[in-house]
Structure formats: structure tokens, C-alpha cells
Ligand binder design. Structure first.
Ligand SMILES: Nc1ncnc2c1ncn2[C@@H]1O[C@H](COP(=O)(O)OP(=O)(O)O)[C@@H](O)[C@H]1O
Ligand SMILES: [Mg+2]
Length: 337
């Protein structure tokens, strides 16, 4: 991969490809640059976001991943777009504007600059239930529509990105580090890898939701590189995990996060034809442990009392067979410091 995307190289890259005539642009890096370079480019001819995967994720532990995942992301973005276009929701995705298979670069429409990353709002204690409900509706609509559409699912048969970026760093790692729950974690991995029910986003978290809320209210869903045909409970659990971890971390806003979690799951549940509450709670146990002791722990949980509480909640969920979200929420309440 000879071309390396950066704010410095983006203008010449777009000019060389005839996308713009003048290579002098305003370009800034977005995001933490952990697994990808993401660069926002503004010129007289418009704005866009360029994304190129890094071959090795810049996290503390080695975490190999295939660079072609950015093309999987482009395909999944288009699939989401085709479903959301007809869904009548206050939600969208950035359109794919270019796809370069030689240098593994994809260009996206840029969300309005005033939109906010939902994670930032949540960490500041601003918990908007409208957002929780809308991201539940979006996920439900996509899971439901994709499940009945073999042509839409066909490009997503490979679980390689999911295995490399989720099963290995989260599931296999915590199974190794916590032998007392290894059987339960392995059973969850097997279930996820065996399922072919629908289109799974794979990174459905508040970090990948932008909230546009000036005049129109709309959520933007981002970051589809782990998309695959698989088990929908991975996505519901992934989102709920972030909300429940924040409820343990920020005691002052505990109830607000729990209400957001309920609003999310109820909206999801209303939109789909199946009941995945039990699988969701089981996967929630695995992911909660993974976000403390896996290869990519949540950066804001630093206190050991918080980490211990998350480990206890996760293990009791797995070992005691907690099967519904109310019981899970009660466990979170009981074990929070
Ligand atoms: N199309 C876009 N419009 C506006 N901001 C974006 C867009 N795509 C990405 N971003 C910003 O850049 C961040 C990183 O992009 P993302 O696609 O999530 O990459 P990564 O896989 O590295 O997390 C996002 O969290 C968001 O804040
Ligand atoms: Mg992201």
C-alpha cells in the first residue's frame, strides 16, 4: 500500500484522481486514528471524508486486521443506505462518493460539522432518549429488512473481519484470561460464528453515531468495516454494553443511562419479528468483560473499583444464566460501586 492518507497528502491525492482541480485544501484528521486514517477535506469544490485502514491497529496489544475491510465498509454503507432510504426514520448514512481499490481508500459524504458524536454527549452526562430510540429503530429496520433479502446479504458472507476484529480480541482473549467463564464465552463465540440470520453492523456503538440536531433531528450511522452476515444479538449487545458501562462509570447519571438502554432495546424489539433478549444479555456479559480485560479496553474506565464491578456483573451474567434485561439491570444496580 504505497499511498498513505494523511491531512498532508489528501489534497494531492484528490487532485491526481481528478476529483478536484486545486490540490490546496483544508484537511484535518478525524477520530483517534487507531485502526484507520480518517481525513476530512474541504475545498471550494465541496467537502468529503476519506478513510484508509491501517494494516496494524495502533492499540497496545498486537491486533492484525485485513486492509480490504474498507471495501466491506463501502458495501455495507450502501446496503444500509438502500434500507434507510425507504424506512421513514430520522436517520441516514454518509453516501459513498469514491472507492479506490488500488490504495484501499473510500470517500464519504461528510455529516454537517455541527453534528455531535453521541459518545461525547453521553460521557458528559447528556442522555437523549430520542437518540437511543432512533438508533434502536434503525438497527431493527436494517436487521429485519436484510434478513429477508438474500441479494443484499450476499456480499457479507465472510466473517473474517468479525473474527479478526471482534471474536479474537474480545472473545478469545477473555476466554483465555478468565478460565472460570471460558466455556460460556466459547459457547457465545460459536453461536455468533454459526448464525447467518441478517446483516450485522459489528461496531454499533455511540462512537459511531453522530447526532444532527439543528433544525432537523437526525442520527448518522458510521463505520461499517466489521459488517457481516451473522447474529443480530451482537449489535444489540454491543450498543447496550456501552450504555451500561457508562451507567456503572458515571453514578450520577445512572438512571438516565438505564432508561436510554431500555428505550433502545424496546425500539429495536418493536421493529423486528424475533425475540433475541436472552442472546443479547448473554453477549452483553461477554462484551462487558471484554471491554475490561480484552485487547481493546474502554479508555475512560480507570478506577479499579469500576473495573471490578464490571467483571462481577459480567461473570454473574454468564454463570447465573441471567436471561432478560430487567434482571441484568438489577444486577448492574446491585453490583455498582
Ligand atoms: N462521514 C463522516 N462525516 C463526519 N464525520 C465523520 C464521518 N466519518 C467519520 N467521521 C468522524 O471520524 C471518526 C472516525 O471515523 P470512523 O469511520 O468511525 O473510523 P474508525 O473505524 O477509525 O473508528 C468518527 O467517529 C466521526 O467522528
Ligand atoms: Mg469509529
Amino acid at each position: 500500500m504505497a499511498f498513505a492518507l494523511s491531512p498532508e497528502t489528501a489534497g494531492a491525492y484528490l487532485a491526481d484522481r481528478g476529483r478536484i482541480s486545486d490540490p490546496s485544501v483544508d484537511a484535518v484528521q478525524l477520530g483517534g486514528g487507531v485502526s484507520n486514517r480518517v481525513v476530512a477535506v474541504r475545498s471550494d469544490e465541496g467537502t468529503l471524508v476519506l478513510k484508509q485502514p491501517l494494516p496494524n491497529l495502533a492499540v497496545e496489544e498486537d491486533w492484525p486486521a485485513d486492509v480490504s475491510r474498507v471495501h466491506n465498509e463501502a458495501a455495507a454503507t450502501r446496503a444500509y443506505e438502500s434500507i434507510l432510504d425507504d424506512a421513514g426514520l430520522a436517520a441516514t448514512v454518509p453516501s459513498v462518493l469514491l472507492e479506490d481499490r488500488e490504495h484501499h481508500v473510500v470517500g464519504f459524504e461528510r455529516a454537517p460539522e455541527h453534528s455531535r458524536m453521541w459518545k461525547r454527549d453521553l460521557l458528559e452526562g447528556t442522555v437523549d432518549r430520542r437518540v437511543a430510540r432512533e438508533v434502536g429503530r434503525v438497527l431493527g429496520a436494517v436487521h429485519r429488512e436484510a434478513a429477508d433479502d438474500p441479494a443484499l446479504l450476499a456480499p457479507f458472507e465472510s466473517k473474517l473481519p468479525f473474527d479478526q476484529l471482534r471474536i479474537d480480541p474480545y472473545h478469545r482473549t477473555v476466554a483465555r484470561r478468565h478460565p472460570d467463564v471460558a466455556d460460556e464465552v466459547d459457547a457465545a463465540s460459536e453461536r455468533l460464528l454459526a448464525s447467518d440470520r441478517t446483516l450485522v453492523h459489528g461496531d454499533y456503538s455511540p462512537k459511531n453515531v453522530l447526532v444532527e440536531d439543528r433544525g432537523t433531528f437526525r442520527v448518522w450511522i458510521l463505520d461499517f468495516e466489521v459488517a457481516h452476515r451473522g447474529d443480530p444479538s451482537f449489535d444489540t449487545a454491543f450498543m447496550l454494553n456501552h450504555l451500561f458501562i457508562k451507567s456503572v462509570y458515571n453514578a450520577d447519571r445512572r438512571e438516565a443511562y438505564r432508561e436510554a438502554a431500555s428505550a433502545f432495546f424496546e425500539a429495536y424489539d418493536d421493529a423486528v419479528t424475533w425475540d433475541i433478549e436472552t442472546e443479547t444479555v448473554e453477549e452483553l456479559g461477554v462484551l462487558m468483560l471484554a471491554r475490561v480485560d480484552g485487547k481493546s479496553p474502554v479508555e475512560y474506565v480507570e478506577r479499579s473499583a469500576t473495573k471490578d464491578a464490571l467483571r462481577r456483573i459480567a461473570k454473574r451474567t454468564l454463570l447465573e444464566g441471567v436471561a432478560d434485561l430487567d434482571a441484568f439491570a438489577a444486577l448492574v444496580r446491585a453490583e455498582s460501586p
